[in-house]
Design a protein around this ligand. Structure first.
Ligand SMILES: Nc1ncnc2c1ncn2[C@@H]1O[C@H](COP(=O)(O)OP(=O)(O)OP(=O)(O)O)[C@@H](O)[C@H]1O
Length: 675
């Protein structure tokens, strides 16, 4: 019998941790929970207990393909606070994994990657070892069998150089939806992942620098460290359903299932029933609209034109017009519109009560309430501070922008804002997506909008100022993680720089940072795409690829486009990774047909909800490419993508930066000049 090797001993540790996790789960499931016998409350309690137990059990399920740990830290003996010195040399060793596993005595076998004791796994360097002697990384097979480990001593001796396991993870061919990066979070990313909850941050980063990954891991970190301060809810906001589908598994894989993923429209939760011209949509997203709407709402406040007379027990109590006017003026603008109306009713009732007291009566709170609800008070309220819905106010503005927009929008702009065919009433009006943002702004002026605890906004460079305000309104008491890339801005509002856009979120202390190491696109491909940068984002430096694979870029001037597309797809399908075929929105369905007709299996993104999970080859309209990545990308007619919209070159930059391994460009028409 030979000595067991280090690898075997680590495999044994893994097996022991697995067994311990199994026992933790069995314990939870076997724990007696009280069962009540009768009554609806009791039934409810029983259900809640059972659900909670099932959930804790579920949390402890051992996912067969997910290794229980991915790293180890050997600390200097005695470094870790609270460790038992009697534990010997092993006492200062921690295994870092996706979640905590303990043995029957409660001693941790695996610590959560988010625990403070795990932080040096991501941050310690030879210059700053943070008490760590050795960092070990593990390699696993697809079935989570331990196959390798790699040591990086942080003190003494000489460094081993770059980590092969890290490189292998970064170079791994991509397939299917986005995965977590817990095993390989980089120091500059970790700094953002562990930024404190109260700090709102904005991350500018070139394509593939890990913005989305960082944002999602930050949420997982916050949910672990600050669960009690996140009870208001955590929401991820992304540009469209396809993108949200692409990232939706990351947080659940990290054990966080409570985070809601929504588009801006879904978050605002108002039905979109109409459309806009491009010009109108652009103006409706403009920050000046906030002023217009505020003006339009408060313009409904009127001047009292007669005294308030309240008759009680045969006595007439009179409050003079001047006093009424002063009271209205006092309240106006001091609170939101809705509470202002309620406040006015109270103040009017108070004035009436003062008259009663002057005449020797001693009215009480019940009288106050009765007066506030009385007919003369209600009539006065309706005249000077009418009850309003957002729809009524916006109906007025879009029917005739003049009064509210004067001085803010030019006559020409006002004409663009005005409904071409006016509706008869607020009830029959159809609201566009841009209108729903305005309705939301009005709703926020009328009543308080409920605040979430934290909102992560991805692809934020595309938001209109009015959308930013809507998001900011939803985290007045919470904080924000804003992610984006100025060079990838394709919307009508796309910002040219962050400070201007960030202003609209209403978080003046938001911290602007940048990521510049690219983990997706190989150098050769990113350099090609970066030829567009001088034209689309002159101030921005091109990203630095950390990928070693040189990548393959093939640009083909084609005379038989369909045949060449088919050939390229078949070629790329021979490799194991995902393949994305990207073309202008108007062209993609026809290309999809071509593939199907030739017997090549392909899903069409946008039509098929699960397209990114269902097959190896996905046809992607350029408009939905943002945020996605494929191992191989085939771009058809870049010229048509660029020509399809006013920020077409920005769109093309997005499209050209989706590839992990290879990029094929096929064109029969000329390429855009910068390429
Ligand atoms: N530290 C890391 N270790 C391994 N992979 C990483 C790391 N950081 C990022 N990646 C990978 O790089 C790719 C790009 O990440 P991500 O989509 O988060 O970038 P992004 O900056 O949001 O890109 P885009 O601007 O194109 O939306 C993903 O496959 C991600 O898993």
């Amino acid at each position: 019998m030979g000595e067991i090797t280090e690898l075997e001993s680590e495999a044994e540790y893994l097996a022991a941790a697995r067994a311990a996790l199994g026992r933790m789960r069995a314990d939870v499931l076997a724990t007696e929970t009280p069962e009540f016998v009768s009554g609806t409350d009791e039934v409810w309690f029983n259900t809640m207990y059972r659900m909670a137990r099932a959930r804790r059990g579920h949390d402890l399920v051992d996912l067969p393909d997910v290794p229980l740990f991915f790293g180890r830290l050997d600390y200097e003996p005695g470094t870790i606070h609270g460790h038992d010195p009697a534990g010997g040399a092993d006492a200062d060793r921690v295994y870092v994994g996706r979640r905590r596993v303990r043995d029957d005595e409660g001693t941790p076998l695996v610590v959560d990657w988010r625990a403070p004791v795990s932080m040096p796994f991501y941050r310690a360097t030879r210059q700053d070892p943070q008490g760590v002697l050795l960092r070990r990384r593990y390699g696993f097979s697809d079935t989570a069998r331990l196959t390798a480990y790699e040591d990086e001593p942080l003190t003494g001796g000489t460094g081993t150089g770059a980590s092969q396991l890290l490189a292998a993870e970064i170079e791994r061919p991509r397939a299917g939806p986005m995965r977590d990066i817990v095993a390989t979070i980089q120091p500059e990313q970790d700094e953002l992942v562990r930024a404190p909850l109260a700090q709102s941050i904005c991350v500018q980063g070139a394509p593939g620098t890990g913005k989305t990954a960082v944002g999602l891991h930050r949420l997982a970190y916050l949910l672990y460290t600050e669960p009690n301060r996140l009870t208001g809810g955590v929401t991820v906001v992304g540009p469209n359903r396809s993108f949200l589908g692409y990232i939706r598994h990351v947080l659940p894989a990290l054990g966080e299932v409570s985070v809601v993923h929504k588009t801006v429209d879904e978050l605002l939760d108002r039905p979109v029933t109409g459309t806009d011209t491009d010009g109108a949509a652009r103006l409706k997203g403009d920050a000046r609209m906030a002023e217009v709407l505020r003006g339009a709402l408060w313009a409904h406040i009127g001047e009292p034109d007669e005294d308030l007379v309240y008759v009680h027990g045969g006595t007439r109590h009179r409050v003079y017009r001047d006093d009424l006017a002063r009271t209205v003026a006092d309240l106006r603008g001091g609170t939101r519109y809705g509470p202002g109306r309620a406040g006015l009713a109270q103040r009017l009732a108070n004035l009436v009560l003062k008259q009663m007291e002057r005449r020797g009566a001693s009215p009480d709170d019940r009288d106050l309430a009765a007066v506030a609800r009385s007919k003369p008070v209600r009539q006065l309220l309706d005249a000077v501070w009418p009850k309003l819905t957002p729809e009524q106010v916006l109906f007025g503005v879009l029917t005739d922008p003049g009064p509210a927009a004067e001085g803010l929008f030019t006559a020409e702009e006002q004409a663009t804002l005005r409904w071409a065919k006016p509706y008869r009433s607020a009830k029959s009006a159809k609201w566009s997506a841009a209108d729903t943002v305005l309705l939301d702004e009005l709703a926020g002026l009328i009543d308080r909008t409920a605040s979430l605890s934290h909102v992560m906004v991805d692809e934020a460079q595309d938001l209109s100022p009015m959308q930013c305000r809507a998001l900011g309104r939803r985290c007045v008491t919470g904080s924000l993680t804003v992610l984006g890339d100025i060079a990838q801005g394709t919307s009508a509002w796309a910002a040219d720089d962050w400070p201007a856009l960030l202003d609209h979120f209403g978080k003046p202390d938001i911290r602007l940072t940048a990521l510049d190491r690219g983990f997706r696109v190989p150098a050769q491909i990113i350099e090609y795409a970066a030829r567009l940068l001088p034209a689309i984002a002159p101030g921005l430096a091109s990203p630095v690829s950390v990928r070693q694979a040189s990548g393959a870029l093939r640009v083909t001037a084609s005379t038989a486009l369909r045949e060449d597309v088919l050939r390229a797809c078949r070629d790329r399908l021979a490799d194991e990774g995902s393949v994305g075929l990207i073309a202008a929105d108007a062209d993609i369905a026809a290309l999809h047909e071509v593939l199907l007709a030739a017997g090549v299996e392909a899903a069409l993104l946008g039509r098929d909800e699960d397209a990114l999970e269902s097959g190896q080859l996905v046809c992607v309209p350029a408009g939905l490419a943002k945020g996605l990545e494929f191992d191989s990308v085939i771009v058809v007619e870049p010229g048509r993508i660029a020509a399809a919209e006013s920020r077409g070159l920005h769109r093309l930059y997005v499209v050209l930066t989706r590839a992990v391994s290879t990029l094929d460009i096929l064109h029969a028409e000329p390429l855009p000049a910068p390429l």
